[in-house]
Design a protein around this ligand. Structure first.
Ligand SMILES: *Cc1c(COP(=O)(O)O)cnc(C)c1O
Length: 471
């Protein structure tokens, strides 16, 4: 299985190369050359509804070209232990019923309490595996508004071949989020408070990647949500949940969306044979995706809003490029033209046939802060379900969608543990969710954090002095 770039001007590469590179050298995103079936063939493989998560994941990543080590990698990633990785291997992505035909897919039982753990745990093992085979090291950098950082720290801490540098906006992440990034005790993890906002952190990361000399010497690599390995891993739970519930046809999903990574993973599962119906994109006030789908124009907003669901406060949904590529029948020249317009003027009109194709697969709604609070209240007082604010955006989007979904089973993704956002959840419901046992000592662990100005040169110096990958 080879991976090609959505911009059509980079050579095809393997799964591992796509995962290690992050972005393609022509500025595009990697997608598989064709879509394989994940669960076709022998009887053993036929039904993923009764598989443990690691087995299902191993079939998915094997079909996508990981190679012979798929089973071992997925086992290492998901069979965990109380100290490392997933505390309960049979509890990676449980389905919980909250009404007739209504289900929550809980993706927050990993070490940092967000769905990002599911992909990131696989990436940790994948990097170790690929880098030791090649005798190489990497400096991984990531900018985070909260959840990516914690999941990356949990996945890459104490790894022999990787040094991790996490850039966080000073004073803008919650205390629980911060502690997941600062209290790992690992020598190879460096969390840096940047005197600026999330966009400033992201700009520094982009500057470092654009400096080819620095990027080469530091062996720079990124694990943000455009990384193909993350998409591949995430498609597993769409396969499993849809197979469990598909007795009467395809299953609809509601996905709280920021960078469009998770929602795109659902579409990927559908391409690979999963009985997935429509995917609802639930956005907060940062609504570029719901505007795109509902108006046909993909356009950057005037500014980004700080909302109650901070992990979705994103201006540009990077993975949208992947689905647009498909909606344009993989016409890379056409796509490049649209993104050139986007770079110049901040927007483009989605061609009508592409838009029609997108609307067959996706619906979208955006949800205000007030509605997010209402969503947490309704879920708790009417069904007893304590939802994090991101999950509540999903629930509200489902309830307000017009026209509504058909009456097949609908699965809403619960993307973070409510205890990750205790103040917001308590303000809405009166209930302060406790941390689960595996991280109950989070507040007593020692923290380590460095502070740097909003200056790419200062960050480069910091990395040069500390990264073991420097050459
Ligand atoms: C990252 C995140 C999202 C958004 O996921 P995307 O793949 O960027 O769309 C939603 N909820 C939570 C809790 C997150 O951490």
């Amino acid at each position: 299985m080879r991976y090609i770039s959505t911009r059509g001007q980079a050579p095809a590469v393997s799964f591992l190369d796509a995962a290690l590179a992050g972005m393609a050298p022509d500025g595009g995103l990697y997608v598989p050359e064709s879509w394989p079936e994940a669960f076709e063939g022998d009887v053993e493989r036929a039904n993923c509804a009764s598989m443990t998560f690691n087995v299902a994941a191993s079939y998915v990543i094997e079909a996508l070209g990981v190679g012979d080590d798929a089973a071992r990698l997925a086992g290492d990633a998901y069979l965990g232990s109380p100290k490392l990785g997933f505390p309960f291997p049979m509890h990676v992505a449980p389905l919980v019923q909250v009404g007739p035909g209504e289900w929550m897919l809980e993706l927050f039982h990993g070490p940092s309490l967000s769905f990002k753990d599911i992909a990131m745990q696989l990436i940790g093992h994948l990097y170790d595996h690929a880098l030791s085979a090649r005798g190489e090291r990497r400096t991984v950098v990531c900018a985070t508004s909260g959840d990516t950082g914690g999941a990356a720290v949990e996945a890459l801490k104490n790894r022999e071949r990787v040094d991790l540098f996490v850039l966080t906006p000073k004073g803008r992440v919650s205390e629980v989020q911060r502690r997941f990034m600062t209290a790992s005790g690992a020598e190879n993890v460096h969390t840096i408070d940047i005197d600026g906002d999330f966009d400033a952190c992201q700009a520094i990361v982009k500057t470092m990647f654009a400096d080819h000399r620095f990027a080469g010497q530091a062996q720079l690599s990124g694990v943000n949500s455009i990384n193909w390995a993350r998409i591949a891993a995430q498609s597993t739970y769409f396969h499993v949940a849809s197979q469990i519930l598909c007795a009467h046809g395809p299953v609809n999903f509601v996905v709280p969306t920021g960078n469009f990574g998770d929602a795109y993973s659902g579409w990927v599962a559908k391409q690979m044979g999963a009985p997935v119906g429509r995917i609802v994109l639930a956005t907060n006030a940062n609504d570029i995706l719901s505007r795109a789908l509902n108006t046909g124009r993909y356009e950057r907003g005037a500014h980004s809003y700080a909302t109650l669901s901070p992990a979705m406060d994103i201006q540009v949904a990077s993975n949208f490029e992947r689905i647009l590529f498909e909606a344009l029948d993989r016409d890379a020249d056409h796509l490049r033209g649209l993104y050139a317009q986007f770079a110049q003027s901040g927007g483009f009109d989605i061609p009508p046939t592409a838009l029609a194709g997108l609307r067959e697969n996706f619906a979208a709604a955006s949800v205000s802060n007030e509605e997010t609070e209402q969503g947490m209240q309704t879920a708790y007082f009417e069904t007893g379900y304590l939802a994090c604010p991101h999950t509540a955006v999903g629930l509200e989007a489902k309830w307000k969608l017009d026209p509504p979904l058909d009456d097949r089973p609908v699965v809403t993704l619960a993307t973070a543990h409510p205890a990750k956002f205790p103040e917001t959840v308590e303000a809405a419901t009166g209930v302060k969710p406790p941390l689960p046992a595996h991280c109950a000592d989070l507040f007593s662990r020692a923290e380590r954090i460095d502070a740097l100005p909003n200056d790419a040169e200062a960050v480069k110096r910091f990395i040069r002095e500390r990264s073991r990958a420097w050459s």
